[in-house]
Design a protein around this ligand. Structure first.
Ligand code: CA
Length: 225
């Protein structure tokens, strides 16, 4: 899951980035309004959620929100702002925001609200399965034939992405865009490292890997069980 945060206060954006990355999100930061709208438009299909500060240099969060809504009606948008009157809240919701969180807020509350919006966006499905492997996003757990397997955040995110797209080829460039942030240098060979560690942890020895390599294109988990 990839998030764009538009926030000019680096203390806040740094804190959010660190916290959200610990939760397995890929996080990009835009420090002003113009940069935020550029990044949003350029990568609109890659972002799963937007966190917008209201007061930003260059372009306000409200304008960014309206511009995002012109090209995407459904991607979740949360406002993070010191403004908190009923009028402000209504104004933000009318501009197309899904939720509104008053600063200062508790990180756990933000995380809970993000998870609610993502659940609604993705439907209620929280468990994804294939051949003896089951991944649950709510309890953040992977089981191999019923036994828990320890994965790193990136391994978990990669497995979740492949399982959500079970039966389809996941292109290497798409995987990078979804799971790594914008500062990543787009060297897609890093994916192989994570695919290998997933195979090492989850394959059944002596059997074909549960992740199929589509040479020159990407990877696929087959639509069997
Ligand atoms: Ca601000």
């Amino acid at each position: 899951m990839r998030i764009l945060i538009a926030e000019d206060e680096t203390a806040i954006s740094g804190f959010l980035k660190e916290g959200l990355e610990e939760e397995g999100f890929a996080v990009d930061i835009a420090g002003n309004g113009r940069r935020a709208i550029e990044m949003a438009i350029e990568n609109i299909d890659e972002y799963d959620i937007f966190l917008l500060d209201w007061m930003l240099p260059g372009m306000s969060g409200i304008e960014i929100c309206r511009n995002i809504r012109k090209i995407n009606k459904t991607v979740p948008i949360i406002f993070l702002t010191a403004k908190d009157t009923v009028d402000d809240t209504v104004f933000a919701l009318e501009a197309g925001a899904n939720d509104f969180l008053k600063k200062p807020f508790a990180f756990v509350e933000l995380l809970a609200r993000i998870n609610v919006l993502l659940r609604n966006k993705l439907g209620e499905q929280t468990t994804f399965e294939t051949e003896g492997i089951s991944l649950n996003t709510e309890v953040h757990q992977v089981l191999k034939y019923g036994k828990p397997v320890d994965l790193t955040q990136k391994e978990f995110a990669l497995l979740e992405y492949l399982l959500r797209n079970k039966g389809y080829v996941c292109r290497r460039t798409r995987i990078i865009e979804k799971i790594w942030d914008i500062h990543f240098d787009k060297d897609t060979s890093v994916i192989d490292v994570f695919i290998n560690s997933l195979r090492k942890k989850l394959d059944v020895p002596g059997h074909d890997s549960f992740i199929q390599t589509i040479r020159g294109v990407g990877y696929r988990i087959n639509n069997k069980t």
